[in-house]
Write a protein that binds this ligand. Structure first.
Ligand code: MSP
Length: 538
């Protein structure tokens, strides 16, 4: 039985189609899922849409559409983006599906029976943009003349011109006074603190973990898990007049896909007709950005503990992307569509830029010119040149002349490379894996420059030496390609075929990365070919 690996992306709101920021999370998760799969794990990878949100309902109203037709349309639009970008999810979920409704009602009932949910009438503020309750501390002042914001200060007097707003959406939250049900988060404070202590790697990177721990240490308020006035969403099983708060329902998507796998026959067939995927729980990895870390790191473990489920192993938290140093937003007209971008420059360019140009904990301003330069330097030049050199030289030599000998010094570098690559990939540190691979290719280019096989090949007496050098380069490259397959599967597959390593993609897809690494292969190059990664003009 293979080891299992379950990875998730956030489920995205459907008030708009996914932009480059959403694509960042999905591409990151996709590469990790692919790497785990080629390393032999049985992978489950879930994604798709969070539909019971007020934002989506408002968007449907703006378009004069029925909520359900709007949601159907947007779910398909989202799916088309992920399919176009070749995100290889194994499970997809819409939170309006009956399986999700049933499941959420079941867990709500459990927590209610445990005494963790109680009724209370209260008055609070709610920001629809965030789909979250707000306190005064969470807001800032906005000067409506200058559009400048500044921190809440007791000395400032609110006026028509100076108003309190949500710092992310610059809107005054709605005031709500109604009967709600609350989840006793405060009861779980000690539990959470113990859990964090016992699981020092629960959130990576550690900077984000520290923020969460500091927050929990201060004080945890119970939070509202239902709305009286909303009509759309999942009804509470113990009070049908109330609809479940969107975050309470959304987080449980990760469990719905395990407990109630999608009835889609294709997926069911691949899985061998299994009706339940609970063997994948607890999830190995949730990929999220920093904006939703508190929901995942504080609410979610407490909600799971209350309903007697195990807590996921890790949360990988990215920074936030901006465009022109501004929040990405349709009202600012700075939205970059990942499909259009990839059509223009290639998906490989997007993947390389997002995963190699900055660290995961950093916020980053998306810069198209920089993305092109990175691609030209790393894929077109560094990798492309080396491939060309090997192809041209191998064409000149009979493959039978190639020995199986690798330069000793290079051999130890190669072993180190593979070892560290694995280590970083299993730590989900994709920037390191890419940096390492391109550094390794730099060294290999230097090795070729020193050994000058294109000169020695002309001397009959140096044929053995030339052959060793060529084999060394070829073997080194082969190892890099195997590692880069998870990032650039299409191009790497093309490369394998051109090198007559024909069964490679298939073997990788069935989890044989390590076996292929151990193989001895001699490339059998029969003809010249076009460069795989073409340079792009800036
Ligand atoms: N529906 C909730 C998530 C529920 S998960 C149980 C939600 N949806 S969202 O559509 O707003 O997407 C949030 C996620 O999209 C972020 O956490 C992040 O993963 C990704 N990103 C959206 N914009 C982003 C940037 N500008 N930069 C980086 N990631 C971004 O919140």
């Amino acid at each position: 039985m293979k080891d299992t690996f379950f990875i998730t992306t956030p489920i995205y709101y459907t008030n708009w189609v996914p932009h480059i920021g959403h694509a960042y999370s999905s591409i990151l998760a996709d590469v990790i899922a692919r790497y785990q799969k080629i390393s032999g794990k049985q992978v489950k990878f879930s994604t798709w849409v969070d539909e019971n949100s007020q934002k989506a309902i408002a968007s449907a109203e703006e378009l004069w559409m029925e909520t359900v037709s709007y949601l159907d349309m947007m779910a398909q639009k989202h799916k088309a983006v992920w399919d176009w970008l070749d995100i290889k999810y194994t499970d997809f979920i819409r939170t309006t599906e009956p399986r999700h409704h049933d499941f959420v009602r079941e867990v709500l009932q459990k927590s209610f029976d445990n005494g963790d949910i109680y009724e209370w009438e209260y008055e609070w503020m709610y920001c629809v943009g965030c789909e979250a309750f707000k306190k005064d501390d969470d807001l800032v002042y906005l000067n409506k003349t200058t559009w400048a914001t500044f921190p809440i200060d007791k000395k400032v007097v609110e006026s028509d011109n100076i108003i309190k707003v949500c710092p992310d959406h610059l809107k005054t939250p709605d005031k709500i006074k109604e009967k709600n049900y609350f989840f006793k988060l405060s009861k779980y404070q000690e539990f959470l603190e113990d859990f964090y202590r016992e699981n020092p790697d629960f959130i990576v990177p550690s900077e984000r973990y520290n923020e969460v721990k500091a927050f929990v240490k201060r004080w945890l308020d119970d939070f509202s898990i239902s709305r009286e006035t909303n009509k759309f969403g999942i009804r509470l099983p113990f009070d049908e007049t109330q609809v479940t708060y969107v975050w309470y329902d959304a987080l449980f998507n990760y469990l719905t896909v395990c407990d109630r796998p999608h009835p889609n026959p294709l997926l069911t067939k691949e899985r061998g007709q299994e009706q339940n995927d609970m063997k994948f729980w607890p999830a190995n990895l949730h990929v999220v950005a920093k904006d939703i870390i508190r929901f995942h790191a504080i609410y979610w473990p407490a909600m799971l503990e209350s309903a007697w489920y195990e807590i996921p192993k890790q949360i990988l938290t990215t920074g936030y992307l901006t465009v022109d140093w501004q929040k990405i937003s349709k009202s600012l007209w700075n939205v970059i569509d990942p499909v259009e971008f990839s059509e223009k420059y290639s998906k490989d360019l997007l993947t390389l830029y997002l995963l190699s140009s900055f660290n995961i904990w950093q916020d980053w301003d998306f810069d198209t010119k920089q993305a092109i330069l990175t691609y030209n330097a790393k894929l077109a030049n560094n990798l492309g040149n080396l491939v060309n050199r090997v192809v041209v030289l191998s064409l000149k030599m009979w493959t039978e002349w190639l020995n199986w000998i690798i330069d000793e010094e290079i051999k130890s570098k190669l072993d180190d490379y593979v070892y560290i690559f694995n280590h970083s990939a299993n730590d989900y540190n994709l920037k390191d894996t890419l940096d390492l691979s391109f550094k390794f290719l730099d060294d290999l280019n230097k090795f070729a420059d020193t050994k000058q096989p294109w000169q020695t090949i002309k001397e009959e007496s140096l044929q053995t030496e030339t052959s060793d050098v060529l084999y060394t380069i070829a073997e080194w490259l082969r190892q890099v390609w195997l590692n880069l397959y998870a990032f650039f599967p299409e191009k790497m597959s093309e490369m394998f075929i051109k090198l007559w390593l024909e069964n490679y993609s298939e073997s990788l897809e069935s989890g044989k990365l390590n076996e292929l690494r151990q193989k001895q292969e001699v490339f059998n190059i029969k003809e010249k070919w076009e460069a795989l990664f073409l340079r792009i003009d800036v």
